[in-house]
Design a protein around this ligand. Structure first.
Ligand SMILES: O=C(O)c1cc(=O)[nH]c(=O)n1[C@@H]1O[C@H](COP(=O)(O)O)[C@@H](O)[C@H]1O
Length: 297
């Protein structure tokens, strides 16, 4: 049995540190690199980033939107890059933010199958259709050793408008939408739990040194580094937290420490603030190393 995504992530973080670099080839960024906003420009940008960083960072996170906007030639660029990034030892998290009814979700989850042309280690998913709609992706991830990161408290300024909405549960219990997402992911990291079951008991976890519990689960949440305060309870999550919003969106390593302390498997992710250092590969590596150093400080 191949290692699970959670185990591979823990290994990569131990060897390379926790930094994830997002590959977001915005048109203005291509222009700043002296490249055309075309599939050829996209290929040169992506190849440069992968060649510079796939041998050193734990996770690369290509943003699918920037490849889809170039049609089939854009997807061909990404297919090639994903294969080379994984061969160089980086885990690839495809930022697709997919979410749909179960039968369609099953098809999106195919990105986690090894025979998919764009096979990746993990996928970002949106829980807006209800946590149960994501179950096919959970099943595929379990079957093939893949991972999921579910949007819980995103980094954009008005995210709380929906994510803070209160959901009434059995009895008089109330939880925010974001907390329902976190609790569902906690359940997925607990063997045998399915949506609809009572939540796993937290009694034992609360006594452990790490608030998040064991962190080698394959199911994670997205919580932005831009939050004013951590307004979801991550106790016993049992999996990783992807923390976007650093650099260009205003978040800093100090914000990460303020929000998450040193607990758990937090994977900070940076796109523009690293990519803006290109196209010189040495400058890209230096920008990633600077973030890695600041995160470790
Ligand atoms: O899932 C994500 O990665 C994500 C979630 C979130 O809450 N906020 C967020 O910015 N992201 C993604 O992270 C990247 C952020 O890019 P930078 O702001 O340039 O570092 C983009 O690809 C976003 O789509």
């Amino acid at each position: 049995m191949t290692a699970t995504f959670g185990q591979r992530l823990a290994g990569a973080v131990a060897a390379r540190g926790p930094l994830c670099v997002g590959i977001d080839p915005h048109a203005p960024l291509l222009e700043r690199w002296g490249l055309p906003d075309s599939a050829d420009g996209l290929a040169r940008f992506t190849d440069t980033v992968v060649d510079a960083l796939a041998g050193t960072v734990a996770v690369l996170k290509p943003q699918l939107a920037f490849y889809e906007r170039h049609g089939s030639r854009g997807l061909a660029v990404l297919e090639d890059a994903v294969g080379r990034a994984r061969a160089a030892g980086a885990l690839v998290l495809l930022d697709a933010k997919r979410g749909d009814i179960g039968s369609t979700m099953d098809a999106y989850a195919d990105y986690l199958r090894p025979d998919h042309p764009l096979a990746v280690d993990a996928l970002t998913v949106s829980p807006y259709l209800g946590p149960g709609s994501l179950q096919p992706a959970v099943d595929t991830a379990r079957q093939h050793g893949g991972g999921l990161f579910v949007l819980a408290r995103t980094s954009n300024p008005d995210a709380g408008t929906l994510q803070h909405a209160v959901v009434r549960g059995p009895g008089a219990s109330e939880r925010s939408v974001a907390q329902v997402v976190v609790d569902t992911v906690r359940g997925w990291n607990t063997p045998g739990w399915v949506v609809g079951d009572p939540l796993p008991d937290l009694g034992a976890v609360r006594d452990q040194a790490s608030r998040f519990g064991p962190t080698t689960g394959s199911f994670g949440v997205v919580v932005g580094a831009t939050l004013r305060e951590l307004d979801v309870d991550l106790t016993g999550l049992g999996g990783p937290v992807l923390a976007p919003g650093l650099g260009a969106q205003g978040g800093s390593p100090a914000d990460l420490r303020r929000l998450f302390g040193r607990d758990g498997a937090v994977v900070p992710t940076v796109s523009r603030d690293v990519l803006g250092a290109g196209p010189d590969p040495a400058a890209l590596r230096a920008a990633a190393a600077r973030w890695a150093g600041e995160l470790a400080a």
